[in-house]
Design a protein around this ligand. Sequence first.
Ligand code: GLV
Ligand code: MG
Length: 350
Amino acid sequence: MTKTPHAFFRPLAIGAPEPFREQPTRVERMIHFVPPHIEKVVAKVGSLIDQVDVVLGNLEDAIPADQKEAARGGFVRMAKDHTFGSTGLWARINCLNSPWVLNDVMTLVGEVGDKLDVIMLPKVEGPWDVHYLDQLLAQLEARHSVSRPIQIHAILETAEGVKNVDAIATASPRMHGMSLGPADLAASRGMKTTRVGGGHPDYLVLADADETSGIPRAGFQQDLWHYTLAKMVDACLSAGLKAFYGPFGDFSDPDACRAQFRNAFLMGCAGAWTLHPSQIGIAREVFSPPADEVAFALRILEAMPDGTGAVMIDGKMQDDATWKQAKVLADLARQLAAKDPELAALYGLS
Ligand code: GLV
Ligand code: MG
């Protein structure tokens, strides 16, 4: 059963703000995770705000059970002490069956509801999880006179969630997007890997044997996450949401991190999580399109001002469809140029 279209956009509590009809346009190349129970990390948030697109206070996994309240309190202080400007402020709350989540939501909305852009909801299994948080947020927004809706970002990290990904994406106008969580997903699915994202040396396709050549058979590593990422991108983009790759756990392997992020970027994702400062630069590089691609996209748009017909550019056929592809890149480049003068200069869009 789904709601009628007019009911879908109605606030879920009297006095709650109107849901967004369109996603707010924001640059979100990296969602940078901060552990708010660690004082010396929180002390550095001021300088982080200018370096990242989103600062996320993590209250869930990686925060020890006896530090959950300290993390919640640290997040509130961090939110109150800083002005975030165009940098997003997000929080990852504890999962819905945990003993901490109710206080997470009540405290966050009550204390900093007007500063919080997005709540990241872990281990979402189906639309029912989104509906619960949607209703609760509306009640709390009304109680605390929050003026704009706090969005929900689901982590796709259970087998059940992947099965229900389309219904999750369309569960509420409060949905911002989704991130792939490879660690929990691997566990939930019974995958036999201890890695957080990336490839696996044993997930291979073996080249055909050629006994006559004597050359050992080559094995080609495949992408363990391809199916899920593609499924999530389709669910999100068809619903007007943004898709993100989540964590990459091996901080000692920047090349593999870059490759994972780049696959996500090419597949349609807007950004990824950064868990370590060294990953911030990688995400900025990967999720900002290369200057030559942007230049080519701008040439296509210029050659086809009304977006119809067919032209040849450098021997490559362009038509209405490639115009749309070019527009995706050009729109992203313009958004980035508006935020970052260095990129504006690089793209010739200053
Ligand atoms: C992220 O939360 C993950 O489980 O990968
Ligand atoms: Mg997880």
